[in-house]
Design a protein around this ligand. Structure first.
Ligand code: GTP
Ligand code: MG
Length: 449
């Protein structure tokens, strides 16, 4: 059996309680159980997938006012412009390791309204949200009429088409009404102002068009400092001096500020590391990461000690650094998300080199390796064919480990390097890190985004 101490079903049941944001469960009081561990700080704070809404700030309204003085009863217009609304940005910060700092509502502040005496409203500051390197941003597009389309039979399809036609008619109606509602009027001038024929400023119409037909957003944030605009702030409304035209020197209207863009987003963190450690639970992945890097993931003699990915960096004598990701253990069925396999596998998906850590003192380490490769291949075809290295860990554990290793070495093909190590007692670690580096250096450099 591949996983002796914890049954597959038990792991799946316990881990399935870890929702998107790793909600703790309340029953267990056994400190070695997965439930207990999920209640710990690390389990609760690590979020690698979430949905949020980004809302750009509203633009401030333009002002309608006129210069007045003792001998100037009908002075020129002097209403200030409204300030622009703040935009929402996502920015990569390599010191962040989780999406836990991202709130569900990302709302940028609104711009201030313009005032008389040509006082323009202040523009709002942008909201910059820091996300970890490797964050994928996707817009969730939802068509409110889509469920009707999915209904079976002709009736459902007709209902969908009728709904679409009605929506188009509604939009046309709104367009006529919208133009009126875009204006701010001088007191008691609503009826007298003839705003239908007025040409809106080009940037204003461009913003309106953008609000009506938003371009779907998709981004992959891979570099420190990289930024993406997820919700543009609304445009401030121009004050009445903008409409001071030869035919009308006393415009009694200005434009309202426009709302910002609103987007429903899904953020997913897919860790970027040079090397991904893959192994069954308890194989010694975290012990290996501790042995080679400055990271200190928890090590304990029971499965699922690690519940979040950890990244450590291996420093070589010539100042070369290699990042290594330790992920929670995989169990058979991980590709079907058993034991939250998907949540873990996404963190090695982008590694250039996979390092399989296998307990060589187990009954059949070669079967463990086959099972791991199978899970990777089923999760994403081609993943198992990624350049890899096998570390036969726990080589210090007596006669059985030595026999297994010798048997295994006779079986493996030349292209799969097999290195015996003892992560716990730090034996043969240099040879392993040397082999990792050699393999990485022989690979083509990573594609830069
Ligand atoms: N004898 C021996 N024990 C080891 C070795 N490497 C790890 N162990 C022990 O194996 C147990 C599990 O080690 P971990 O590093 O937590 O294993 P893991 O693969 O990270 O486990 P999960 O995080 O649960 O997936 C611990 O008790 C370690 O002390 C080794 O080389 N030799
Ligand atoms: Mg671990």
């Amino acid at each position: 059996m591949l996983l002796s101490s914890v049954s597959q079903r038990q792991c799946a049941r316990l881990l399935s309680r870890r929702a998107f944001s790793a909600q703790p469960s309340s029953t267990s009081t056994d400190p070695s159980s997965v439930e207990w561990k999920l209640r710990s700080k690390a389990g609760r704070n690590f979020i690698d997938r979430l949905r949020c809404t980004a809302v750009g700030g509203h633009g401030g309204d333009g002002c309608v006012s006129f210069f007045r003085d003792v001998f100037v009863p009908r002075g020129p217009p002097n209403g200030g412009d409204g300030g622009h609304g703040g935009s929402v940005w996502l920015e990569v910060d390599e010191n962040e390791s989780s999406l836990s700092c991202v709130k569900q509502q990302l709302r940028a502040p609104s711009g201030a309204n313009g005032r008389g005496k040509t006082m323009h409203g202040a523009a709002a500051t942008d909201l910059v949200v820091r996300v970890p390197r490797g964050t994928l941003v996707r817009e969730i597009t939802s068509d409110p009429l889509a469920p009707a389309e999915q209904q079976s039979g002709r009736g459902g399809h007709n209902a969908y088409l009728d709904g679409l036609a009605e929506r188009v008619r509604e939009e046309e109606r709104a367009r006529g009404a919208e133009k009126k509602s875009l204006f701010v009027h001088y007191p008691r001038w609503e009826e007298r102002n003839e705003v239908e024929g007025i040409r809106l400023p080009p940037e204003y119409t461009a913003h309106l068009r953008m609000l009506r037909d938003p371009v779907p957003l998709q981004a992959d944030l891979t570099r420190h400092g990289q930024r993406v605009l997820v919700a543009a702030g609304g445009l401030g409304g121009p004050g009445n001096p903008h409409f001071n035209l030869p035919g009308d020197r006393q415009p009694h209207y200005a434009l309202r500020g426009l709302r910002g863009v609103t987007r429903q987003l899904e953020l997913e963190l897919k860790t970027i590391a040079d090397v991904g450690l893959v192994g069954l639970p308890n194989a010694g992945k975290s012990s290996f990461l501790r042995a080679v890097s400055n990271a200190h993931p928890r090590v304990a003699p029971y499965p699922f000690t690690t519940l979040n990915p950890y990244i450590g960096s291996v420093d070589y004598a010539d100042a070369r650094q290699i990042t290594v990701a330790d992920i929670p253990g995989l169990i058979p069925g991980a590709h079907r998300n058993v034991g939250l396999g998907h949540a873990f596998l996404r963190h090695v998906e982008r590694s250039r080199l996979l390092v399989f850590i296998v307990d060589v003192a187990g009954p059949a380490p070669w079967d463990d390796l086959r099972a791991l490769r199978h899970e990777l291949e089923m999760y994403r075809p081609g993943l198992a064919a990624r350049p890899s290295l096998v570390l036969a860990n726990k080589a210090d554990v007596g006669e059985r480990a030595r026999e297994n290793f010798e048997r295994w070495q006779r079986r493996v093909s030349a292209e799969t390097p097999l290195v015996p190590v003892s992560a716990k007692y730090r034996k043969n670690i240099l040879k392993a890190t040397h082999a990792i580096r050699q393999m990485l250096d022989s690979l083509p450099p990573p594609a830069t985004a």
